[in-house]
Write a protein that binds this ligand. Structure first.
Ligand code: AMP
Ligand code: MG
Length: 347
């Protein structure tokens, strides 16, 4: 299959009509959202959705998020909309918050990985919204990576994983947020954050009061007996060993001591650290995730950094922990998962 690559620069959407028609007619289209690139199919078309699982190599019990461009479409997808859901949609849509509802019979079970619930969100990206509107259907879209690879934050990442496997890739440049959406399950009495993301627990609690959020460590344990089927598959790690180090002052000293002479002078070890500290490290390759003062910069760069480490063939990846406030919590969740839950704490 030849993959057609379409570059779009909003507010001009030339070229989007063809992709929207294809989507409506059961074909796959990779498209940008504010979080990461998604691999979209008509969420109500079983055969189209099956092709997502084939193209990604994704296990069939890992449910997809359905993307919509207007709230009226939600009624088609879910049994009922609770007052908390109304408040959250009002506060955060369009945006990086996915809500889990009881599904309506209109949604095929392939889309929900066999579950009776459906995850829905409205993305905050002009190209995503325009594409969904033009297609006129709700769009099931997981991240557009091959299963087991980091989520794509550039169209080039999608091409790397999906060239020849899907008919369309839409390129609108880098994703603004850079980590996947927060997933909040509203089907229980107390809502539960199943995956941390761009919308933080504080932001959610300001709107609907107390919610539950498992610690990332507990979350990694739960991978063995998952609450959300997707959880057991979120074990992406770069090919090299990931070592996360946290502490106030001694992080660079500790890492420099661990680095062998060979690692200091080769591409075998990579150090990933904040702009402000990167000078302190003596590794052969150093990559910055942005300023220590801006966890958003780390969010926007972390998946690209993972891919760059793999491309270099790095054997060890030392990562300076980032402060866990705001979106920093979601970034550390992805980093800890890449490290298999192990964090060296020097405090
Ligand atoms: P991805 O789009 O690749 O980030 O994957 C979507 C994630 O959303 C999955 O890994 C699931 O954990 C979660 N998800 C989707 N649908 C549901 C659902 N019905 N119930 C719980 N979690 C869900
Ligand atoms: Mg994914």
């Amino acid at each position: 299959m030849v993959t057609k690559y379409i570059k779009i620069t909003p507010p001009v959407f030339t070229g989007l009509d063809e992709a929207a028609d294809a989507l409506k007619n059961g074909r796959l289209v990779a498209f940008p959202t504010e979080t990461v690139y998604g691999l979209g199919a008509n969420a109500l078309d079983e055969n189209a959705v099956r092709e997502i699982f084939t193209a990604k190599g994704r296990p069939s019990d890992n449910p997809l998020i359905v993307h919509i461009a207007d709230i009226s479409t939600l009624k088609l997808l879910v049994m009922k909309i609770k007052p908390e859901a109304e408040k959250l949609m009002h506060a955060f849509w369009p945006g990086p918050l996915t809500l889990v509802f009881e599904k309506s019979p209109n949604v095929p079970k392939v889309t929900t990985g066999g579950l009776d619930t459906v995850a829905v969100r409205m993305p905050d990206h002009p190209v995503a919204l325009e594409l969904i509107k033009k297609a006129g259907v709700p769009v099931a879209a997981p991240s557009a990576n091959r299963s087991g690879k980091p989520s794509p934050t550039l169209a080039e990442h999608v091409l790397e994983d999906m060239d020849g496997r899907i008919p369309y890739i839409i390129d609108a440049g880098p994703c603004r947020v850079g980590v996947e959406s927060t997933v909040l399950d509203l089907t229980e009495d107390t809502p539960v954050i199943l995956r941390p993301g761009g919308v933080t627990i504080d932001m959610i609690e300001d709107v609907i009061g107390r919610v539950k959020q498992y610690k990332t460590e507990a979350n990694i344990e739960m991978i063995k007996s998952p609450k959300s089927p997707g959880m057991k598959y979120v074990h992406y790690a770069p090919k090299g060993e990931v070592i996360v180090v946290s502490g106030k002052n001694k992080v660079s000293e500790w890492i420099n001591e661990k680095l062998s002479e060979d690692e200091k002078n080769s591409i075998k070890a990579v150090v990933v650290a904040a702009d402000e500290n990167i000078e302190n490290y003596s590794a052969g390759i150093k990559m910055s995730y942005g300023s220590i003062k801006s966890p958003q910069e780390a969010a926007a760069s972390i998946f690209r950094i993972f891919r760059d480490c793999d491309r270099l063939g790095a054997e060890k990846i030392y990562i300076e922990a980032i402060p866990e406030y705001g979106i920093g919590y979601a970034v550390m969740n992805r980093i800890k998962k890449a490290a298999g839950g192990k964090v060296v704490n020097l405090e």
